[in-house]
Design a protein around this ligand. Structure first.
Ligand code: ISE
Length: 339
């Protein structure tokens, strides 16, 4: 622990998400300070480190983790780099918040799960932050009252204004639908057993060759049918909505009527333009929950099992997209470490 018992955090990856987490820990979160940032781009790491007094810049995650004032690690580097960072943190028995995806595929996620099991206790919270969004939490709470009856179907809509450069058809599943994969499992308390991906005509706004939008259908072991409209080049806003259809009623979130204006014979509102805006509160709650749990020697929230299950579902989804067929999800037996 650094001065006054605050948690010294090393943030690995200073791209858009990592830099936003540095700002969040520095300006919003209580009980933690960023004592190190890591990026292969040394200049970018230095620029982000310069925003926090006393923060050191590194290009090597292992060197950062060895620093005396690093008590915990926030992994926000690209997904393929997560496995090495997680194993390095385990080697120093450091607690980790790992941004989604845990790792890009089921095999590497299993390697991380086996490594954490060898430690004999959880060390990782995975960054599925929708579980910390106020609307999703209300939806889960309503489901748990039983007032609506059993869930039968769940409709997701996940729209981005424009996909980042180099975004591939597979990434619509592995990088974006990963969120619906986890939040479906969390809301329903069920595992996803099969995935089908339907291909609407690609939008003219999508880069040549990108299958965008996609319509993904999940089957669950509780008999629910879940669909996800995934559209990364919708052009008008960042929209994430969900409608739960149950035996005695429905509940819908994500309409985003934060403020409705009326003027000059017109009414209207605004639409968030990206995930850091739409889910700012969720990220704040997520990181605060991680810092609070870590300072008490606890690990809460989405686990490595959740990260593995999401990776296995997304791997099946990419196969379903590629092969144009329904693909069943194969999961190993859930270790007792994960409840
Ligand atoms: C991105 O990585 C996210 O996490 C966003 O929430 C999601 O909407 C976006 O599609 C992903 O690329």
């Amino acid at each position: 622990m650094t001065r006054r018992g605050t948690l010294g955090v090393a943030v690995i990856g200073t791209g858009r998400m990592g830099a936003d987490h540095v700002r969040r820990i520095h300006q919003v979160t209580s009980g933690a300070r960023v004592t190190a940032v890591v990026d292969i781009d040394a200049e970018r790491a230095k620029a982000v480190a310069a925003t926090v007094d006393g923060c050191a810049a590194y290009t090597d995650p292992v060197a950062a983790m060895a620093a005396a004032d690093v008590d915990a690690v926030l992994v926000a580097s690209p997904g393929p780099a997560h496995e090495a960072a997680l194993l390095a943190a385990f080697a120093r028995d450091l607690p980790v918040l790992c941004e989604k995806p845990l790792t890009p595929d089921a095999a590497s996620a299993l390697r991380v799960m086996e490594a954490e099991r060898r430690l004999g206790r959880r060390r990782v919270q995975v960054g599925f932050m929708r579980r910390y969004d106020a609307e999703y939490r209300k939806l889960k709470a309503l489901l748990e009252t039983g007032q609506l009856g059993r869930p039968l179907m769940l409709h997701h809509r996940h729209r981005n204004v424009a996909g980042p450069p180099g975004f591939t058809s597979d990434m619509l599943i592995s990088d974006s639908v990963a969120h619906e994969t986890d939040v479906t499992r969390w809301l329903l308390g069920q595992e996803i057993t099969a995935v089908t991906v339907l291909r609407p005509r690609p939008s003219a706004n999508a880069p040549d060759g990108l299958q965008d939008p996609q319509f993904v259908v999940f089957e669950t072991d509780g008999g629910a049918i879940v669909d996800v409209e995934m559209f990364v080049n919708c052009g008008f806003g960042y929209q994430v909505q969900a409608e739960m259809v149950c035996e005695r009623g429905t509940a819908r979130i994500g309409d985003g009527h934060a403020m409705v204006t009326h003027m000059a014979a017109r009414w209207g509102g605004t639409i968030a333009q990206d995930f850091t805006e739409r889910f700012a509160d969720a990220y704040d709650r997520e990181i605060q929950a991680w810092v609070d749990a870590t300072r008490h020697g606890e690990v809460t929230g989405p686990s490595v099992w959740d990260g593995y299950a999401a990776a296995a579902v997304c791997e099946a989804g990419v196969r379903a997209l590629t092969e144009g067929s329904r693909v069943e999800v194969e999961l190993v037996e859930r270790p007792t470490l994960y409840g």
